[in-house]
Write a protein that binds this ligand. Structure first.
Ligand code: F0G
Length: 447
C-alpha cells in the first residue's frame, strides 16, 4: 500500500489531513474541497519527464499501456493491484495549421488534444480509472454520479468493468442521446431527475452520504489525479515541452483544477520551469466562472476566497429560478463544485476566462469537424474562445496553444445534424436531396 499520499483540505485556515483509506469527498472539519497530496520524498519520481516516455517500450504491461498509469509515479495513491485500466489515455495531439490560419494564428501554433479517443469517448475516463482504483482500494461496492452525460457514460463503463453497482443521475431532457445511450448500454441504473445538473449534483451528494455510496463526480479528489495526466500527455506530444497556453472548456471545473494542480506539482518537483497559462471557456448561457472572475474580480486570494460574492450570485440564481441554457449541454452548469480549486489553478498558471455564445460554439465545432478531428459542442468552446483571445491580443498569434477537445463528435450527433441542416452557420453543409435517377444524380455530383 502506498503511504506517500494523503488527503488535505484546500482551505489554508483548516489544512486538515486525512488518510487515503477514506471516501469523504469534502473536509469533515470545514466542508471545503480536498486535495490528494504526496510526500514526494517517499515517491520515486524520475529526474526528467521524458523518462516516462520509456514506458512505451513496455506496453505489454497494462499499466504502461494506460495513458494514465504510465505516469503513475505522479499519482501514487494506491498499490498496483488495485489499479483499474481499460486502456484509457490513448489520445493524440494533433497539430492543426488549418484551424490556426482560420483564427489568425501562425502555423505550428495550434494543437488539439483529442480526448474523444478514450474508451467511453471523453476525457472523463482519465479520472474514472483513478477514482475507481481508489474505490477498489477501499472496497466500495456501489457508486454513483450526477452528470450532464459524459461522466455517467464513463462511470457506467468503468464501474461495470470493476463489478461495482452503478447509479447515475441526469437532468430531465438535458442529456445528449449519445451519452444517455452509453449509460444504458453499459448497464447503469439511470435516474432522470426533474431538474438540471445542479439539482442532480446536490441530490447525489446527499444520496451518497446517506447510503454510503462511492461518489464519482469531480468533488472526488482521486478523479482529478487521473485528469492531471492529460497535461503530461500534451507535453509528451510536444517533445516534453510546456506549451504557452492550455485552452479548456469550463463546466464543473474539474479539468481546469486538475491541470493547475498538475503544473503546480511539476514546478514543485523541478520537472518544468514554467507553467502554461490557462484559458477557461464558459458558454454564455452558463457563465458563472466568467462572471465571477471578470465582472466581480474574484480570485484565489491565498485561499481566502470571497464567498460572499459567490453566495450572492447563487442566491440571485435561486431568486430568479435561473437554470443555465446552452447547446453545449456538457457544460450547462451554474454552480461549479470545483470553483475554488479552479481559482487556485488560475492563480498558479495565470490566464484568462471568457464566455462564448452558442452560435460561435457551433461554428467552431463545424470548423473542427471540417479541418480536424470533430468534437462535441462543449469541446468546441475552446476554439470559439481562442478566436476571441487572439483577436483581442490576450494570446499572441505566435504563442503555442493546445486546446483540449474533451468529447467525441458522435456524443451529440443531434447538435451536428441540426447545425448543418439549418444552413445558417458559417460551415453549414446540409445534405442535398435528389430523385432516384442517374442523370439527376450525375448532374448533382458534377455540378
Ligand atoms: N467537456 C465535456 C465534453 C464534458 O463532458 C464536460 C463535463 C466538460 C467539458 C467540463 O469539464 O466539469 O471539468 O469543467 N461534463 C460533466 C459530466 C459535468 O457530467 O459529464 P469540467
Amino acid at each position: 500500500m502506498a503511504i506517500a499520499a494523503y488527503q488535505k483540505c484546500i482551505n489554508p485556515a483548516c489544512e486538515a489531513e486525512f488518510d487515503t483509506n477514506q471516501a469523504i469527498f469534502k473536509c469533515p472539519k470545514c466542508g471545503d474541497l480536498l486535495d490528494i497530496r504526496y510526500d514526494w520524498n517517499k515517491v520515486e519520481v524520475p529526474n526528467k519527464l521524458s523518462d516516462f516516455g520509456k514506458r512505451w517500450a513496455t506496453r505489454d504491461n497494462r499499466l504502461d499501456f494506460s495513458g494514465v498509469w504510465r505516469f503513475r509515479n505522479l499519482l501514487d495513491f494506491c498499490a498496483d493491484e488495485y489499479k483499474v485500466s481499460i486502456g484509457e489515455g490513448q489520445t493524440l495531439l494533433q497539430r492543426n495549421d488549418k484551424i490556426a490560419a482560420a483564427i489568425g494564428m501562425d502555423a505550428g501554433c495550434v494543437h488539439l488534444e483529442y480526448e474523444g479517443m478514450n474508451p467511453s469517448g471523453s476525457f472523463k475516463d482519465n479520472g474514472m480509472t483513478a477514482a475507481l482504483s481508489h474505490a477498489m482500494m477501499i472496497g466500495a461496492k456501489s457508486c454513483a454520479c450526477a452528470s450532464t452525460g459524459n461522466t455517467s457514460a464513463a462511470v457506467a463503463l468503468y464501474a461495470h468493468s470493476c463489478g461495482l453497482k452503478c447509479t447515475v443521475f441526469i437532468g430531465s431532457g438535458r442529456i445528449a442521446f449519445g451519452k444517455l445511450s452509453q449509460a444504458m448500454d453499459y448497464g447503469a441504473h439511470t435516474i432522470q431527475i426533474a431538474g438540471d445538473f445542479d439539482d442532480c449534483m446536490k441530490q447525489v451528494q446527499d444520496v451518497c452520504s446517506e447510503l454510503g455510496i462511492y461518489l464519482l463526480n469531480s468533488l472526488n479528489p482521486f478523479r482529478l489525479e487521473g485528469q492531471k495526466t492529460i497535461m503530461y500527455r500534451i507535453m509528451e506530444g510536444l517533445n516534453w515541452e510546456v506549451p504557452d497556453w492550455i485552452v479548456v472548456p469550463g463546466g464543473n471545473l474539474g479539468n481546469s483544477s486538475a491541470f493547475g494542480k498538475a503544473f503546480a506539482e511539476l514546478l514543485e518537483l523541478g520537472l518544468i520551469k514554467k507553467a502554461p497559462k490557462l484559458a477557461i471557456i464558459n458558454a454564455s448561457g452558463a457563465k458563472t466562472l466568467s462572471y465571477l472572475v471578470n465582472d466581480r474580480k474574484l480570485t484565489w486570494n491565498n485561499g481566502d476566497v470571497n464567498m460572499t460574492e459567490i453566495n450572492a450570485l447563487y442566491s440571485d440564481y435561486t431568486a430568479k429560478n435561473f437554470s443555465p441554457r446552452t447547446c453545449a449541454s456538457a457544460i450547462e452548469i451554474s454552480r461549479p463544485v470545483n470553483l475554488k480549486k479552479c481559482l487556485r489553478a488560475l492563480d498558479t498558471c495565470g490566464g484568462a476566462v471568457i464566455d462564448v455564445p452558442d452560435n460561435e460554439i457551433l461554428d467552431a465545432k463545424a470548423m473542427i469537424g471540417k479541418y480536424g478531428l470533430g468534437c462535441e459542442p462543449a469541446s468546441a468552446a475552446t476554439i470559439a474562445g481562442l478566436k476571441h483571445l487572439i483577436a483581442d491580443g490576450t494570446i499572441d498569434k505566435s504563442a503555442r496553444v493546445t486546446c483540449v477537445l474533451t468529447g467525441h463528435v458522435l456524443k451529440d450527433s443531434d447538435a451536428t445534424v441540426n447545425y448543418h441542416k439549418d444552413e445558417a452557420g458559417e460551415f453549414s453543409n446540409p445534405p442535398v436531396e435528389v430523385a432516384n435517377n442517374l442523370d439527376d444524380i450525375i448532374k448533382l455530383v458534377t455540378g
